[in-house]
Design a protein around this ligand. Structure first.
Ligand code: SF4
Ligand code: SF4
Ligand code: SF4
Length: 245
């Protein structure tokens, strides 16, 4: 019988929502049965460090200790996937980078941990990533499509282009035409415009496109009457790419 590929799921700073999303996939146990699961804290009581054919990494990197562990996982893994906004772009934890360090220190319970703390960063700041599963949380169908391609020995292509490309509101129904802020045009697509097709503007949970033109976006949001603070809060929700206006 052919040996099953070994699999690891690892979590750094995040809410574990992406790992839970995986566990909530219909038929997930049949999918996972195609692998030897070596490491998955939410699923197994005993986990061991091993060599992994495939590793999923969730969460942003926030401490020096996490960098070491991440680099170790990279060395042990043949193919590594960044899973969810925290891992791909810093996600919600990256908002910490915009709080004054002195202010932050006042609220940290374990003051000893502060010495180990670094600016929050996505995992590809420290290691090579082979594939990205975007979103907060990730999308179940994208996870399944990736796994199916992987098991066939194929590489799943990343979607290229903004959320607008898949948006049913393109044209006169576009939120922007109604003066409603929607970040779809600067956001990494591939979610089948999950929110805008349900009447909810895009908040950029899949992170900004490489080509995102922030100065133009800021001007647009200003024309909607938003203050500088409101604009920065919107653009900095999942990423720290917008440093200042
Ligand atoms: S991307 Fe969202 S759902 Fe996933 S771990 Fe981060 S905060 Fe949680
Ligand atoms: S994603 Fe937003 S900006 Fe893009 S077409 Fe849809 S409503 Fe308009
Ligand atoms: S529409 Fe925007 S906020 Fe909604 S899932 Fe897609 S990228 Fe995320």
């Amino acid at each position: 019988m052919q040996k099953k590929p070994s699999l690891g799921f690892f979590s750094f700073t995040g809410c574990s929502g992406c790992e839970f999303t995986v566990l909530f996939i219909d038929g997930i146990l049949d999918i996972l049965d195609k692998f030897n699961i070596e490491y998955f804290h939410l699923l197994k009581e005993k986990n061991r460090e091993a060599q992994y054919d495939l590793a999923f990494v969730e969460g942003a990197i926030t401490t020096k200790r996490e960098i070491e562990k991440l680099k170790r996982i990279r060395k042990q893994s043949k193919f590594l996937v960044a899973m969810g906004a925290c891992a791909t772009h810093g996600g919600i934890p990256i908002q910490r980078n915009f709080i004054e360090k002195k202010e932050l220190q006042k609220y940290v319970y374990n003051q000893k941990m502060l010495k180990d703390s670094i600016d929050v960063a996505p995992i590809d700041k420290f290691i090579k990533v082979d594939h990205y599963l975007y979103g907060c949380p990730i999308i179940k169908s994208e996870f399944i499509e990736f796994i199916e391609a992987y098991l066939k020995g194929k590489k799943k292509e990343q979607f290229k282009g903004p959320v607008c490309m898949e948006c049913p509101r393109r044209g006169k129904d576009c939120f922007l035409n109604q003066g409603i802020e929607c970040l779809g045009s600067i956001t990494q697509g591939g979610c089948k415009a999950l929110c805008t097709s349900q009447n909810v503007p895009c908040t950029m949970c899949r992170g900004p496109l490489e080509s995102a033109n922030f100065p133009v976006e800021i001007k647009l949001l200003e024309s909607f009457g938003l203050s500088k603070k409101e604009i920065l809060n919107k653009l900095r929700y999942f990423t720290d790419k917008v440093k200042s206006k």
